[in-house]
Design a protein around this ligand. Structure first.
Ligand SMILES: [Zn+2]
Length: 113
């Protein structure tokens, strides 16, 4: 698999502000239409179940599943609301931060943001 295909198959992830119980980084997944998810369950098989993470709609049943942190995304339960522009803004700023993180000079500032 070449680099471009690999990037294409990667989920759109942003670092979560909360860490996992074991101290490792946890991730939020942003889908193509602008819904945000947090990990609900990581199976030993590698299948990750994602749960909607919109704080304005805490009871939204929206769920998705992926194999690892890669596409394709299987949508399991539809959302109760339309995606918001706020998620798109978060995606853009996360992309900018990750660009900065890829630049060695700015790496040390990355996790302080
Ligand atoms: Zn939702």
């Amino acid at each position: 698999m070449d680099e471009l295909t690999e990037a294409f198959n990667k989920l759109n992830l942003v670092p979560s502000s909360t860490k996992k119980k074991d101290g490792t980084q946890s991730w939020l997944f942003l889908d193509e239409v602008g819904h945000e998810y947090k990990v609900s369950y990581e199976a030993t098989s590698g299948i990750i179940t994602w749960r909607c993470n919109n704080s304005q709609f805490p009871n939204c049943p929206g769920k998705a599943a992926t194999n690892g942190y890669n596409k394709p995304v299987t949508f399991k339960v539809p959302h109760e609301f339309a995606p918001s522009i706020k998620t798109k803004v978060k995606e853009l700023s996360a992309n900018i931060k990750s660009m900065a993180a890829n630049n060695p000079d700015t790496t040390k500032n990355y996790f302080r943001v």
